[in-house]
Design a protein around this ligand. Structure first.
Ligand code: NAD
Ligand code: IPM
Ligand code: MN
Length: 358
């Protein structure tokens, strides 16, 4: 296969982790007879510096002409005081909505070798942890009307609108139920705040209707505050969690720690076709940027998701995942997953080790 990728290196650790991911893809290409063609597109802080805009039209155009997008991370303190619509993060939201990527899949799986890096007690993780968060990605608070206005004598007032349509809820629900059908445990937990907010009450109604179409799937609702607690108390109870945009953002960072580090969690963002955007769930990590310290595994595992979900390359995806597992089993660690007896590697050396095992 000849695969054309639009690549957002982005800011902070973005370029460092993308370099390692491209090395892994190139090795896969060499081994399995594919070629990967990368076109760098500007998005985020670096795009602001070069063009004055977080997401130049040219970048969206190139992304649309590509087979998929690979993204590092965007944002950083340098751009934190810009107005909302000119911030680097706008680029991410723009790509997600322009490309119609409403379903964000974030698998959190604890590798056996990282049991000691996981901050939970061994008895909580002893039977393994393997859950997936299905996050709605193009609706909710992230895309509602927002702004500021003056209100009486109380000074300025800010507002962010939260809305969801039945159609938006149903299509993300289907992604979650279909995914659950392919997994051993076939369980969906729909997470909301239906005891307080109206969008969650509609969310719950739609999910219940859908659940009836999937009798093979065990279904439950859970309030989001309880879910945040249960993820630490007993994460093994979860299989597929489906939730709205903002809750999914927060719960997925929390869930990432069950795997040892946020540097381990990959993601895919999908729409109706095979086109996807693949990125780690973490950010640009300004505190460790440029120091060869970042864990590239989340980005490398995102490439495995891309090979499988967008291109149907099952063996290639498996090869990447097995190489990562092997390197972890051999005791190699980046700083964020370091444990007793671990052999510390930098970003580049971790990338090299994974390539060596392909
Ligand atoms: P962050 O995820 O960048 O970092 C949080 C903590 O996790 C930091 O201590 C960081 O060093 C660590 N960390 C993150 N990724 C790591 C990795 N691969 N290896 C080792 N350690 C890692 O979150 P933040 O500090 O809240 O945000 C920083 C910037 O990133 C902000 O501008 C934010 O908007 C942006 N951000 C971007 C994305 C994205 O591009 N997809 C996602 C989240 C945050
Ligand atoms: C993520 C990030 C983004 C989000 C930000 C940077 C816009 O935190 O991908 O999880 O909130 O979706
Ligand atoms: Mn996030």
């Amino acid at each position: 296969m000849n695969i054309k990728l639009a690549v957002v290196k982005g800011d902070g650790i973005g370029p460092e982790i993308i370099t390692e991911a491209e090395k892994v893809l190139d090795k896969i290409g060499e081994k399995f007879g594919h070629s990967f063609e990368y076109t760098d597109i500007l998005a985020g802080g670096c795009a602001i510096d070069e063009t004055g805009k977080p997401l130049p039209e040219e970048s969206v155009k190139i992304a649309k002409e590509s087979d998929s997008v690979l993204l590092g991370a965007v944002g950083g303190p340098k751009w934190d005081t810009l107005p909302g619509n000119l911030r680097p993060e706008r680029a991410l939201l723009g790509l997600r909505s322009e490309l119609g990527l409403f379903a964000n899949i974030r698998p959190a799986k604890l590798h056996d070798a990282l049991a000691d890096a996981c901050p939970l007690k061994p008895e909580i993780s002893k039977d393994g942890l393997d859950l997936v968060i299905v996050r709605e990605l193009t609706g909710g608070l992230y895309f509602g009307d927002r702004g500021r206005r003056h209100s009486g004598n109380d000074g300025e007032e800010a507002y962010d609108e939260l809305k969801y349509s039945e159609k938006e809820i149903e299509r993300i629900g289907r992604v979650a139920f279909n995914l659950a059908m392919k997994r051993d445990r076939k369980k969906v937990t729909s997470v909301d705040k239906a005891n307080v907010i109206e969008t969650s009450r509609l969310w719950r109604e739609v999910m219940h209707k859908l659940a009836k179409e999937y009798p093979a799937v065990e279904f439950e609702d859970m309030l989001v505050d309880n879910c945040a607690m249960q993820l630490v108390r007993n994460p093994a109870q979860f299989d597929v969690i489906v939730t709205e945009n903002m809750f999914g953002d927060i719960l997925s960072d929390e869930a990432s720690m069950t795997t040892g580090s946020i540097g381990m969690l990959p993601s895919s963002s999908l729409g109706v076709g095979t086109f996807g955007m693949y990125e780690p769930i973490h950010g640009s990590a300004p505190d460790i940027a440029g120091q060869n310290k970042a864990n590239p595994i989340a980005t490398i595992l995102s490439c495995a998701m891309m090979l499988r979900d967008s291109f149907g390359l099952m063996n290639e995806a498996k090869a990447v995942e097995s190489a990562v597992t092997k390197v972890l089993n051999d005791g190699y660690r980046t700083a964020d997953i370091m444990d007793e007896g671990g052999k510390l590697l930098g970003t580049k050396e971790m990338g090299d080790k994974i390539v060596e095992n392909l």
